[in-house]
Structure formats: structure tokens, C-alpha cells
Design a protein around this ligand. Structure first.
Ligand SMILES: Cc1cc2nc3c(=O)[nH]c(=O)nc-3n(C[C@H](O)[C@H](O)[C@H](O)COP(=O)(O)OP(=O)(O)OC[C@H]3O[C@@H](n4cnc5c(N)ncnc54)[C@H](O)[C@@H]3O)c2cc1C
Ligand SMILES: NC(=O)c1ccc[n+]([C@@H]2O[C@H](COP(=O)([O-])OP(=O)(O)OC[C@H]3O[C@@H](n4cnc5c(N)ncnc54)[C@H](OP(=O)(O)O)[C@@H]3O)[C@@H](O)[C@H]2O)c1
Length: 481
């Protein structure tokens, strides 16, 4: 009976390394790895050994016979991947990047400062501590570690949040040290770090929100989804957020996975959230919430939705929540699994008393309306225009309408801030780097390196790449001395 990767897959690739028959793909060596929504097990290759189950840090892998009814669809998705991407030449071992060799004498002298304790920082620490005698000191501005794995991942994603257990194991290794509550650039400078450590790796993420640049964006009741999810996750920067749950509708601009997370929390039965580690203040506020409907605005069409298939499948199985798809009266056609699932959602509520998530497409924000506070959002229907390079963009149409709402959350992606002492590319919002190297001795990893996309585990291969650059520089330095 083959094993199956399910919704909580974080693409960390531990399963690939554990699999003795290389039947989990894409592997980190595959160019599609960083873009794949999840990893898949080949049912014809799986030998049912269970090694991947033990290796997976987020309990995403199950034997097919143990799948819940709402997980059965993943068996087909796993098999379909290998129909579409057959791999005839299957070497016996998982194809992972091999770790660069470092002389023990150099490793013993290695002491690296890592700035930021999110997934990227933790995976980088793990890579360094595999060299005997090496040490890391992790600087973290907050008093609690693990970045978005702690303060971003949705509380109802219990299995994904368990990744922090894996990170705790890393922190217990010999040679690991924290400096919590220390903000680099404020409490300590880049120059002080470079003077003290063999190398400095920045893993500071991209925690700032992006703005829509439309009128009314600063009205009370309009805020970034980052602030709202920081509030329900107990993030110290967002505990005092001005959250308004006294209107039946909330509008979220954007339809990425963050927008879905936020919509699920706003519509969830608070009793289902009570056993999670959602902030207790947020739980109390959600118990008194009058929100009945959350509308997600996608400026393009169903084929361009930013959420991933596993997360959409998760929406199908929500108890007591209806999902409605509004494609501006157009039927949804297309062969993709995402479009097929979207087409299967109703266009009208069947149970008016249930809470609703409305996935509305081809609708862009024009203005957030209200006098002293948000009362709604003016939106325009869009026309989709295909460019010569094949990409599709949304152009505002002539007709607008106002959707009334008590809160408007913009969930349109993240952006990094410049790191004091380091160059910064304003357009991409990243620190310019070559395979993680900014200069010899200074490195980046995670969202500050490649921008705000990808899953927790994507940062693992990313960290391995940065470490390869660091080790190469150490060797050059050693030879020149
Ligand atoms: C809301 C949300 C939910 C997500 N949910 C999932 C999910 O369910 N599954 C999944 O696979 N992926 C998920 N992701 C993606 C995943 O969280 C990211 O890929 C990952 O967190 C990026 O890691 P990072 O270490 O680069 O950044 P971060 O996680 O942001 O970590 C950066 C760390 O650096 C610290 N820091 C920043 N500046 C400084 C400074 N100057 N000095 C010291 N410390 C500093 C921060 O406090 C933070 O702890 C989610 C992302 C978001 C935004
Ligand atoms: N469960 C999980 O695994 C999980 C959970 C949360 C986050 N993540 C990951 O974290 C990363 C960030 O997620 P995200 O949801 O913040 O970002 P995202 O996936 O980039 O989605 C951003 C959304 O905002 C829209 N948008 C951008 N600018 C806009 C504008 N000016 N007006 C209207 N709409 C606009 C985009 O539309 P266009 O497509 O038209 O630009 C898109 O719908 C992603 O890689 C995501 O997969 C994963």
C-alpha cells in the first residue's frame, strides 16, 4: 500500500533524503522543486517502508489506507504527478545537494552569526552545526524564536506548526547559542558582527506589508493581513491591532495562501480554534464576532489564483463554512485541478445561516470608502489582457461598485526592508547576492535572499546553497593565509 503526501507538506525535502528508492519528487536537485506546491510519492515506486513518515517534520505523509475521506484526493494527486512527469532513470538514492567538505581544523574555528531565527535561520544553523566543532549564535529581535513558523503559520494548521519541534532539536545541538531580544541594526551593528564572527548570515525575512496605493487605505478598519494574522498569532508587534469584527462582512484583497488562512480564521467556529494555540485575546474577540461573510478579491481569473491546490482542497472540507465562487457570471473552464475544484463550488449560498467565504475573481480595488472608518471598498471589474510574453494582467474596467464591509485587509504579498550596512535592491525587495553571497563574509538566506515566496521547507535547500558559498569562501581565505 503506497504512501501519500497530503496537505501539510512544507517541501522541506527530508522525506526525499529518507526514501531508499527515490520515489519522492520533485527532489531538491530538480529545477521545479522551488515552485512545486508540494512533493509527491510515486505509488508505483513506493516500497511502503515508512522511512518518509518518520522523516517528515509536519506529519504530511500517510499510508494510503489511513487517509481520511477528505484526504483521499491526495492519493490521486500523488499518482497524477508521475503520470505527467515520468522518471524512467531512477537512481537508487534521493538526489540531494552534497555537502561541501570542510577541514576539521577550519570547522573548529568557525563561529557564524545568524540574524533571524525563522525557518531560513534555523536551517542555516543546522547546516553549519553539521561541521564538527562549528558554532552559531542566532540573533533574534523578538523574545520568541522561529519567525513566521511561530507567528505566521495559521493556528488551525497544527501539523505545519509542529515544524517548530524540528527547529527546537536544532537549537539543542552543541555549538548553538541564542541572543534573543537583540535587533541587529539597532542594538548591534553589522560592523560589530563582522568584527566578532567568522561570517554573518542574514535571515531577516520580509515581514513588511505592501500597500495598494489607493484612497482610504489609512482609514481605521483598513490594514494589512499581516497585522490581522499577527494579532491572532500573538505577535508582539500586532497585539494592539484595532480589529473590527462588528460588521457582517470583511473584504480581503488578494487570493494567495495568506488570504485563505485569514479567511478561514475569520469564518471558523471559535470552538474549533479553542484547542489551537491561537492568542486567547483573539479567541475571545472571535467568539463575539459578527462576521458572517469574507470576500476574497482576485484581480485576475480562476486560472491565475495565487493560492495553491493543497490549500484550496483544505477549503473544501471546512465544517460549517460555505465556499462560493463568483466569476462575474462567466463559467469556469479549464483542465487544471484548481479550476475544476473552483467550478465545483456553488455560485449561490445553499445554507444562508452558514458563514461564507466568497472567492470573487476579476475584481480589483479602486478605493477604500468611509468617513471616520471603513464602511466598504469600491471595486472595478477587470478585463484580462494577455501580453506578448504570455503573462496575463488585469486592467480596470469602467463599471465600479461598492462592497460594504467593516474591515478591509490587504493580502497582496510581503516586502523586506533594507538591512543597515548591506546593499538593497528596491525593485525586488531583496539583498543582491550570488548564491547567497553578498560579499565574502556576509551572506543571506530565506525571504531576504530570494523574495517572499515559497514554503517553510524551501528554505532548507536555500540554506544549503548559501552554506556552499560560505564554505567556498572559507577555503579561499584559508589558502591565502
Ligand atoms: C502568514 C504566513 C503563513 C505561512 N504559512 C505557511 C505554511 O502553512 N506552510 C509553509 O510551508 N509555509 C508557510 N509560509 C511561508 C514560510 O513561513 C516562509 O517561507 C518562511 O517563514 C520564510 O522564512 P525566513 O526565515 O526567511 O523569514 P521569517 O520566518 O520571517 O523569519 C525572519 C526572522 O528574523 C527576525 N528578524 C528580522 N529582522 C531582524 C533583525 N534586524 N535582528 C534580529 N532579528 C531579526 C524576525 O523577527 C524573524 O524571527 C507562510 C508565510 C506567511 C507570511
Ligand atoms: N499553507 C501554506 O503553505 C502557505 C500559507 C501562507 C503563505 N504561504 C506562502 O507564502 C508566500 C506569500 O503568500 P501571499 O499570500 O502573501 O502572497 P502571494 O501568493 O504572492 O499572493 C498575493 C496576492 O495579492 C494579489 N495582488 C498583488 N498586488 C495586488 C494589487 N495591487 N491589487 C490587487 N491584488 C494584488 C496577487 O494577485 P496577482 O496574482 O494578480 O498578482 C495575489 O492574488 C507564498 O509563496 C505562499 O504560498 C504558504
Amino acid at each position: 500500500m503506497p504512501h501519500v503526501v497530503t496537505q501539510s507538506c512544507c517541501n522541506d525535502g527530508s522525506c526525499v533524503a529518507a526514501c531508499p528508492v527515490n520515489c519522492i519528487h520533485p527532489t531538491p536537485a530538480d529545477p521545479s522543486f522551488g515552485k512545486s506546491a508540494m512533493l509527491y510519492i510515486d505509488p508505483n515506486g513506493c516500497i511502503d517502508c515508512g522511512a518518509c513518515i518518520t522523516a517528515c517534520p509536519v506529519e504530511a505523509i500517510k499510508p494510503e489506507r489511513l487517509l481520511n475521506p477528505d484526504e483521499v484526493v491526495f492519493a490521486r494527486l500523488n499518482a497524477d504527478h508521475f503520470e505527467e512527469h515520468p522518471h524512467a532513470d531512477r537512481p537508487p538514492l534521493g538526489q540531494l545537494r552534497s555537502r561541501s567538505h570542510l577541514d576539521d581544523a577550519i570547522a573548529r574555528k568557525l563561529h557564524v552569526a545568524i540574524v533571524g531565527s525563522g525557518p531560513a535561520g534555523m536551517y542555516a544553523a543546522d547546516e553549519i552545526l553539521r561541521y564538527p566543532g562549528a558554532r552559531v549564535t542566532v540573533y533574534e529581535r523578538l523574545d520568541e524564536p522561529f519567525g513566521l513558523a511561530r507567528f505566521g503559520v495559521s493556528p488551525d494548521h497544527r501539523r505545519t506548526r509542529a515544524i517548530t519541534d524540528r527547529f527546537r532539536v536544532i537549537t539543542r545541538q552543541k555549538g548553538f547559542r541564542y541572543r534573543m531580544g537583540v535587533e541587529v541594526g539597532k542594538d548591534v551593528t553589522h560592523e560589530q558582527l563582522t568584527a566578532k564572527y567568522s561570517a554573518v548570515i542574514y535571515a531577516v525575512g520580509a515581514s513588511h506589508d505592501r500597500r495598494l496605493g489607493i484612497a482610504g487605505e489609512d482609514l481605521p478598519g483598513s490594514m494589512a493581513a499581516t497585522r490581522f494574522l499577527g494579532w491572532y498569532n500573538g505577535h508582539p508587534d500586532h497585539r494592539d491591532a484595532d480589529i473590527r469584527l462588528d460588521h457582517p462582512r470583511v473584504v480581503i484583497v488578494g487570493n494567495g495562501n495568506v488570504a485563505l488562512d485569514t479567511a478561514r480564521i475569520l469564518t471558523a467556529d471559535p470552538d474549533r480554534l479553542a484547542p489551537t494555540d491561537i492568542s486567547r485575546d483573539a479567541l475571545t474577540a472571535l467568539r463575539a464576532s459578527e462576521v458572517r461573510e469574507v470576500v476574497l478579491l482576485g484581480r485576475r481569473g480562476p486560472a491565475h489564483a495565487a493560492f495553491t491546490l493543497p490549500e484550496l482542497i483544505g477549503l473544501q472540507n471546512l465544517p460549517d463554512v460555505e465556499v462560493i465562487v463568483d466569476n462575474r457570471g462567466e463559467p469556469i473552464s479549464g483542465d487544471s485541478d484548481v479550476e475544476q475544484i473552483l467550478a465545483s463550488f456553488a455560485t449561490e449560498p445553499a445554507n444562508p445561516s452558514a458563514r461564507r467565504i466568497v472567492l470573487r475573481f476579476r475584481t480589483a480595488p479602486v478605493e477604500i470608502v468611509g468617513t471616520d472608518e471603513v464602511s466598504g471598498i469600491r471595486v472595478s471589474h477587470t478585463n484580462l489582457v494577455r501580453s506578448t510574453n504570455g503573462s496575463v494582467r488585469a486592467e480596470l474596467g469602467d463599471d465600479t461598485e461598492i462592497i460594504s464591509a467593516g474591515m478591509v485587509l490587504r493580502s497582496i504579498g510581503y516586502r523586506a526592508q533594507p538591512v543597515p550596512g548591506l546593499p538593497f535592491d528596491d525593485e525586488s525587495g531583496t539583498v543582491p547576492n550570488e548564491n547567497g553571497r553578498v560579499t565574502a563574509g556576509t551572506y543571506v538566506v530565506g525571504w531576504i535572499k530570494r523574495g517572499p515566496t515559497g514554503f517553510i521547507g524551501t528554505n532548507r535547500t536555500d540554506a544549503a546553497e548559501t552554506l556552499a558559498s560560505l564554505v567556498a569562501d572559507l577555503k579561499v581565505l584559508e589558502m591565502s593565509q
